[in-house]
Design a protein around this ligand. Structure first.
Ligand code: URA
Length: 353
């Protein structure tokens, strides 16, 4: 009797600890969506024989439920309806004042011309609104990193650029040999990051596509070329920002990463962001937002509204560039979101004539 009670108490303690660790490491609100994902993320699945989280059926287009035309990279964020016409970036709620940099609100809003409007394929004025994309059901499971890796990420952080670069290189090396989830079986290369680890802006995508898998670099395919234009419109060279993904290995057939795959990879992104400490994160598509803050809300609702990563770094969710390849009309909203990011950083759009 006493023994049984003791066991029950031990079980209860373990559950509470797991729950608290999940909160501490993801910064997410609420419960992890799938108990098996949490179990696995905390390292219990393999040792205790718990069943893995159920896998979604593979889909040709990033695991989305809505039938979608093919695109260069099955990125995230394709299954949502374009939001209602927004009143411009000024309508988007800001993070609390203490989260905003000193430049926040200090710079004038960029002019409507310049930026994306003046760039051929990137002109919202030229963009034709395509057919309404179908809504996508919410994904329920939230990622949950392994506690020990997250702890390592929050260990004493480097204060020189050299040390940051060195630590990121070590992390990339760890990723290169990672076998924490089945995605490693199909990869040609892991895809860790590209760009400047001292950047004030980090762009986070979903996961590598075919071209990225071949080259070992994020966003080098068609969606990546569009992302480069978005970045240029903001006044940066592509190498001046930092770009990475939620998962570092290509999901087969460009499907959306499984919750358990996102959970297994999550400590790497946590560590990357802890080292880089950007002023803003731009989350490209629903999967990116889900991987960062655990929300299962659709990107249509999320985009253009500031969120907070671990209670400290502002996140601007926006549409994935792969979606824009299919729905160029949505560039208008993305540009509005990027201008909001620039305003937060005290940057104005370069005048491109
Ligand atoms: N789409 C992504 O989400 N990431 C990449 O690296 C490439 C395409």
């Amino acid at each position: 009797m006493v023994e049984a009670l003791r066991e029950e108490l031990a079980d209860l303690t373990a559950s509470v600890r797991a729950f608290l660790e999940w909160h501490a490491t993801t910064g997410a609100d609420g419960m992890p969506g799938h108990p098996a994902a949490l179990h696995e993320a905390l390292g219990a699945a393999s040792s205790e024989g718990a069943p893995p989280a159920p896998r979604r059926p593979e889909r040709g287009f990033s695991g989305l439920d809505a039938p979608s035309p093919p695109m260069a990279r099955g990125g995230s964020g394709a299954a949502f309806s374009p939001p209602e016409q927004r009143g411009g970036a000024a309508g988007a709620p800001l993070p609390p004042p203490e989260q905003r940099g000193s430049a926040a609100g200090a710079s004038p809003r960029p002019e409507q011309r310049g930026g994306l409007e003046s760039q051929g394929a990137w002109s919202p004025a030229q963009a034709q609104r395509g057919p309404e994309p179908s809504p996508r059901p919410a994904v329920s499971a939230a990622p949950a990193p392994r506690a020990e890796t997250a702890a390592r990420a929050s260990a004493a952080l480097p204060d020189t650029k050299e040390e940051r670069v060195a630590r990121l290189a070590l992390l990339a090396e760890e990723v290169r040999t990672c076998q924490k989830c089945p995605l490693h079986e199909g990869r040609t290369h892991t895809v860790f990051s590209r760009g400047d680890p001292s950047s004030e802006v980090v762009f986070v995508g979903e996961g590598p596509g075919a071209e990225e898998d071949l080259q070992g670099q994020p966003f080098v395919g068609a969606a990546g070329q569009l992302l480069d234009k978005m970045i240029a419109a903001m006044g940066y060279h592509r190498d001046e920002v930092y770009i990475c993904n939620i998962v570092k290995c290509r999901p087969p057939k460009n499907r959306k990463p499984e919750p358990a795959e996102m959970a297994a990879c999550s400590p790497y992104l946590t560590a990357q962001l802890a080292l880089i400490k950007p002023k803003v994160i731009v989350a490209l598509g629903a999967t990116a937002v889900q991987g960062l803050i655990g929300t299962s809300e659709g990107i249509t609702k999320l985009r253009g509204t500031w969120k907070l990563y671990k209670g400290s770094i502002p996140i601007m969710p926006t549409f994935h560039p792969a979606y824009l390849l299919r729905q160029p009309g949505a560039k208008r909203e993305v540009w509005s979101d990027l201008k909001e990011v620039m305003r937060h950083l005290g940057k104005s759009a370069p005048d491109r004539g």
